[in-house]
Design a protein. Sequence first.
Length: 76
Amino acid sequence: MKAVEFESSITTQGTITLPPELTAEIPVGEQLRVVVMWEPSGSDSAWRSAGRRRFEAAYCPEDAVYEQLIDDASAR
């Protein structure tokens, strides 16, 4: 099986346009497996916030020693 990645968008008719060079390479009638991926607007910040909250929930005061090492230039 061959795979190719390209960017496209959905038309108002609900179709996805293939790049012309790809269309010329695929035989007519060939069975295709299609995976559609997109990033909904605003979801990235929601995932980041949820991940940050989860990370910070496991953070304890004793972990602050690592921040001191990072901030202390003489320790390098």
